[in-house]
Write a protein that binds this ligand. Structure first.
Ligand SMILES: C[S@@+](CC[C@H](N)C(=O)[O-])C[C@H]1O[C@@H](n2cnc3c(N)ncnc32)[C@H](O)[C@@H]1O
Length: 384
């Protein structure tokens, strides 16, 4: 492909990413894979260059742009080589007209930037939300530790390593789990120990379930529940590879979760709740283009409902750990304040984790402060 054809491909792809973000359609990665599946003539260098351009645009633009062309013109404003590809040549974008719309750079849509500022994140903290994320892993203490060339330790997390970009994890399946340092740190707030009964209410594919099992030295019982069949079905093979035998999965019907869990009385319940993901924009920057105030309201309502379901499953004196990979107070500190207001006798305990700092009713990790994804976590103690 010529440089102009690559630019035009990025514009076309961005048009589909923008439409999918607006209409809750497929993720950018899926759209890029589909695009090239239908264009076998594009070589691996072309694919990489186009993909990089698409993601550079997504990362640079906070507001969902009006079009792929407006998005690429925003990048071209600071990149003379890119601007030169708008030459009207064969397969290349048309030359730029004097009054053409150009998307504006930014971290997030205005309403979200304001909500993040209201949550106490200054400009530098907000800008770091869309930096590139490192590759972090958790060494599985249930398996012999492999040699990982180039691995760096992460202070305060003995099982965490930061790996060089592009490191191939496939040969280490079961011994090494890809997991952000922040995700590892917030799981420690659950303080799961050998012999406990633990409910992982939003287990997904089991990233935190496996970390809980390791902390429990694979002794006790974990009920790993989720409403998403596809995600939950990935847990059992991962557990087997990791040597985890104490986790059982339970697929829940949305709206009927409480009944399906009525037999569980847990020492620890973990709610790794569905959220806006504002703390994981480094890995998923297009999420900024998908979130609307109405979608956020729905997530906040679901989180409150899950907190109440979870609280009913904690034995007297047990603990509930609530986690969101979001830095919005509506999903974090204020969500927990609402829980404490409607649940007499419950108390928030200081988390005191190796990463992060106290924030409102809980604890917060941010990319700028901790070099990890952004999280809010609270540990809540049930009355005896
Ligand atoms: C942040 S993800 C969990 C990630 C997972 N704990 C991990 O560490 O990989 C949130 C999960 O909540 C699940 N979820 C959404 N609504 C739910 C509900 N009503 N009951 C249980 N799980 C739910 C989603 O399917 C999703 O897997």
């Amino acid at each position: 492909m010529t440089p102009g054809a690559r630019t035009q491909a990025a514009i076309e792809l961005l048009d589909t990413v923008i439409a999918a973000a607006r209409d809750e359609g497929a993720a950018a990665d899926t759209l890029i894979a589909r695009y090239f599946a239908a264009r076998r003539y594009a070589g691996s260098k072309d694919r990489r260059a186009v993909r990089e351009r698409v993601y550079a645009a997504i990362r640079a633009l906070g507001e969902r742009p009006a079009s792929g062309r407006a998005a690429m013109l925003a990048l071209a404003a600071d990149d003379a080589d890119l601007a030169a590809t708008f030459d009207g040549g064969r397969h290349a974008p048309a030359p730029v007209a004097p009054d053409e719309p150009v998307a504006s750079r930014g971290v997030a849509p205005a309403w979200l930037e304001q909500a993040l500022a209201d949550a106490g994140l200054d400009e530098d903290e907000r800008a770091a939300l869309v930096d590139r994320a490192p590759l972090d892993v958790r060494l599985n203490p249930l398996r012999p530790a492999p040699e990982l060339v180039g691995a760096q330790p992460i202070a305060g997390l003995p099982d965490a390593r930061r790996l060089p970009a592009g490191f191939d994890l496939a040969p280490f399946a079961g011994a090494v789990e890809a997991q952000d340092a922040g995700s590892q740190a917030v799981t420690l707030a659950a303080a799961a120990r050998a012999g406990m009964t633990v409910l992982d209410l939003c287990a997904g594919a089991g990233g935190k379930t496996l970390a809980l099992a390791a902390a429990m030295q694979n002794e006790g019982r974990i009920v790993a529940a989720d409403v998403d069949r596809a995600r939950l079905s990935r847990l059992a093979p991962r557990a087997e590879a990791a040597g985890v035998t104490i986790a059982e999965t339970r697929l829940l019907d949305p709206g009927r979760e409480a009944a399906a869990l009525a037999d569980v009385a847990a020492d620890v319940v973990l709610v790794d709740a569905p959220c806006s993901g504002t703390g994981t924009w480094r890995r998923n920057p297009e999420a900024r283009w998908r979130l609307t105030p109405a979608r956020l309201d729905r997530l906040v309502a679901t989180q409150a409902r899950l907190l109440d379901i979870a609280a009913d499953r904690v034995r007297p004196g047990g603990a509930l750990t609530y986690i969101v990979c979001s830095l919005l107070d509506a999903e974090g500190s204020a969500q927990v304040a609402g829980f404490l207001a409607r649940r007499g006798g419950w108390a928030a305990e200081p988390a005191d984790l190796p990463l992060g700092r106290a924030h409102g009713t809980g604890w917060r990790l941010t990319p700028a402060h901790d070099g990890s994804d952004g999280f809010f976590v609270a540990r809540l103690r049930a009355p005896c």
